[in-house]
Design a protein around this ligand. Structure first.
Ligand code: C2E
Ligand code: CA
Ligand code: CA
Length: 452
């Protein structure tokens, strides 16, 4: 009896130890988890305050991990996380704490820090050790890491604040393009607060009718006649004033609001066309990559066209190059769907990514929009002229129209006319116009516009 009782006690102790271990470690990598991390930081804070020393918290988030997980699967994602933790472990000193916070987030605590340079040095080592590609099940996987750093005592005196501030700095590192380190500074939390406030306002913006559309003329280069408009969204908020699309579209995407707002744009543009009887004029609408995963959008467009009775060919959709590379087959289904309704498709920002010819030829693309970065100073840059000449030739041989956007000077225009560009758009002709000004614009439209 005694023996078995001992065994039971043994087992119980083992179980308790197991539970204890699980409570403080990450199952996948065996690294300390967030609970243990917080304990360690609190412990370090005590020691460091007593000895008047600094601590650095490095908050690390892998770049593109989600993509890898989504495209190659969770098994490979998990293996990658294990290999990342191995590399980190080998790179750091034995008295540094490294933990996995969940997902693809890791936190490193550097104690007994002599100066902040030491933190930079370690952060760089960490980033470098992850730049060599990982070889997993015969996939060569390239990732990078964004690292945010907060320092005790300057950036906070509790584990909670130090972690939050390192996280904020990491977010900034990621926004600046990733694969880099960023120190926390106080202005970041102000910016983060602004961002959160704007995000909160964005949630009610559609209901409060705060969005409106503006329309930028697109002109036939040969005749000078306006043949279309690009529809661009605007947001006026009572608290924050006018906020540009470059600021709020990413937020719409992150919050998933882009779907509802994207549909609002379609119905807004359609009723504009219906109301003003602008026959034969195209209105292009920008789509964000997320919308192109949503086949429901196509039926929505169909419904709106039916309801308003407008001509489908008056509606054009602009997509960007990056979309094509992401998931070609899915994108093709989406674009074919829109094209079959009778809408035109334009490839936006052409020349800023890497579109393969093969992709272009296999998709129902009617128009390519040559990015404004290729237009800027084209009159003084002869290399640029050769590139753009090749693009024009290519678009013609693929049976596509080309649009030059962002033309600002008559010198740029002269070169583009010379290269036989089809359609032109830019501040030189007009800024985007509010609804009422579109009619005036069309009324005064003459083929003399270019000859002035
Ligand atoms: P984008 O599609 O490349 O749109 C062209 C941007 O260039 C517009 O900025 C336009 O106002 C600006 N632009 C036009 N002519 C000139 C010029 O001569 N010089 C210069 N420097 N800029 C010129 P905007 O309206 O701020 O839009 C920014 C981006 O926001 C757009 O870039 C587009 O990607 C996105 N966006 C705008 N409206 C919508 C929308 O309704 N839905 C979605 N998903 N995205 C939109
Ligand atoms: Ca566009
Ligand atoms: Ca563009």
């Amino acid at each position: 009896i005694n023996l078995s009782l001992e065994k039971v006690i043994d087992k119980k102790e083992q179980a308790e130890q197991d539970l204890q271990y699980l409570a403080y470690h990450d199952e996948l990598t065996g690294l300390p988890n967030k609970n243990l991390l917080v304990d360690r930081i609190n412990q370090s804070i005590k020691t460091a305050s007593r000895d008047k020393q600094k601590i650095a918290i490095l908050f690390l988030d892998l770049d593109r991990f989600k993509n890898i997980n989504d495209s190659l699967g969770h098994t490979i994602g998990d293996t990658l996380l294990k290999e990342v933790s191995d590399r980190l472990y080998k790179t750091l000193r034995s008295h540094d704490t490294i933990s996995r916070n969940g997902g693809d987030e890791f936190v490193v605590v550097l104690e007994r820090l002599k100066n902040t340079n030491e933190a930079i040095h370690v952060a760089k080592k960490v980033i470098n050790c992850l730049t060599d590609p990982f070889d997993i099940q015969s996939h060569k996987i390239h990732i990078g890491a964004s690292v945010g750093i907060s320092i005790f005592p300057t950036d906070g005196d509790t584990s909670l604040i130090l972690l939050r501030n390192a996280d904020t700095a990491m977010y900034r590192a990621k926004q600046s393009g990733g694969n880099q380190l960023q120190f926390y500074d106080k202005s970041m939390s102000n910016q983060l607060r602004d961002r959160l406030e704007i995000e909160a306002e964005l949630h009610g913006a559609l209901e409060r009718d705060e969005f409106y559309m503006v329309y930028q003329p697109q002109i036939d280069c040969a005749t000078g006649r306006t043949i279309g408009f690009e529809s661009l969204i605007r947001w006026h908020n009572d608290k924050h004033g006018e906020i540009g699309p470059d600021r709020f579209i990413p937020l719409l995407e992150e919050t998933g609001l882009i779907y509802a707002v994207g549909e609002w744009v379609v119905s807004e543009v359609a009723s504009f066309i219906q109301k003003h009887h602008v026959d034969g004029i195209t209105f292009s609408i920008n789509l964000s990559a997320l919308q192109c995963n949503d086949l429901g959008f196509i039926s929505y467009v169909n419904k709106v066209i039916d309801k308003t009775g407008i001509d489908a060919s008056q509606m054009e959709f602009e997509i960007t190059e990056t979309l094509l590379i992401k998931d070609f087959e899915k994108t093709k289904v989406f674009l074919d769907g829109l094209h079959n309704i009778g809408c035109a498709i334009a490839l936006d920002d052409f020349g800023t990514g890497y579109t393969s010819m093969n992709y272009l030829a296999r998709l129902p693309i009617d128009v390519i929009k040559i990015d404004k970065s290729l237009v800027r100073n084209i009159d003084v840059n002869t290399n640029l002229q050769s590139i753009v000449r090749a693009i024009v030739t290519m678009s013609v041989s693929l049976g596509m129209k080309n649009i030059f956007e962002g033309i600002e000077t008559s010198e740029e225009l002269a070169v583009i006319k010379n290269l036989k560009g089809h359609i032109i758009q830019g501040y030189l002709f007009s800024k985007p116009l509010i609804e009422n000004d579109v009619n005036d614009w069309l009324a005064s439209d003459t083929s003399l516009r270019l000859v002035k």
